[in-house]
Write a protein that binds this ligand. Sequence first.
Ligand SMILES: [Zn+2]
Length: 177
Amino acid sequence: MSILTQTVTRCPVCGANTFSYTEFLYDAPYFGNIVVSTGFCRTCGYRFFDVDYAESGNPTRVVFKAEDGDDVSKSLLIRSKTGSVRSPDLGFSLEPGPQAEPFVTTVEGLLYRALDYAERLKVLEPESAQRVDEFMERVRRAIDAGGFTLIVEDPLGKSVVVPRRPELVRIEPLGST
Ligand SMILES: [Zn+2]
């Protein structure tokens, strides 16, 4: 990963000169060069995120297998607005929706999000606390030791896992099984 641009500039929403803007370049297997742009305005809180590819646009499914804890903490997930992320073996899925925020995080960061969500679910639905506890236990073990699969699907091919090791990822055209 290398940084192409890093600057503080005028916010497109509120006009204050407090908009931090960064562009990263990833050279990801299969996807080629990916430019990730992120921005955040300290004044109004506006966030910007975009992903661009040299060549892309095809519906893709990325199958990522984490074999150990390093694979979890050192692989990166880029999810665009149209991407869905699920893990059948851990038992969660994240669907795109009108409110979907694109994000870039480590796979570990994604699992911590799942834990946060589970905490909230426990408060909202105390009757399912035991099931949620089992889920959280499974996710914590996965963060430490890997041993699970993540499936990322995106009709625009803009969501990707940048794996710690190339052999952890398999990419298929979406629509095949
Ligand atoms: Zn602003």
